[in-house]
Design a protein around this ligand. Sequence first.
Ligand code: FES
Length: 116
Amino acid sequence: MIGLKVSHHLLLCATPTKAKCCDPTVGAESWSELKRMVKELGLEKPDRPEGIVLRSKADCLRICERGPILLIWPEGVWYSDVTPNKIQVILNEHIINQNPVQEWVHKETPFRHRNA
Ligand code: FES
C-alpha cells in the first residue's frame, strides 16, 4: 500500500453501533454494493492510472441523520440517504466520470490547499 497513488477514499457510515443515522439493513446492503462495485470497476487495481480507491466502513461520521452517509475524499463530498442503487450511480459518475451527483450531495467540506 505504501507508495501507491490514491485517487479517492470512500467512507461509509453503514452499520453504526448506535444506529442513529440509518436503517442498518440498508446500510449493510449499501456497503456490500460499494465493495462489489469497487472490485467490479477495477478501482483497487494497483496499476490504475488515476490511483487506487480506498474504502472504509465508518462507525459514525458525525452527521447522524439521513444515512447511510458516504463521504468521498479528496473532494469532501458528503452524500446522504445512500442506497445500493445510488452507490452504483455515485461510483460511476463521481469516481469514474469525475462528476459529483449534486442532487444527492448533503454538504461539501473540501480540504484547504496549503501553498507549497
Ligand atoms: S451514526 Fe451514521 S453518521 Fe453518525
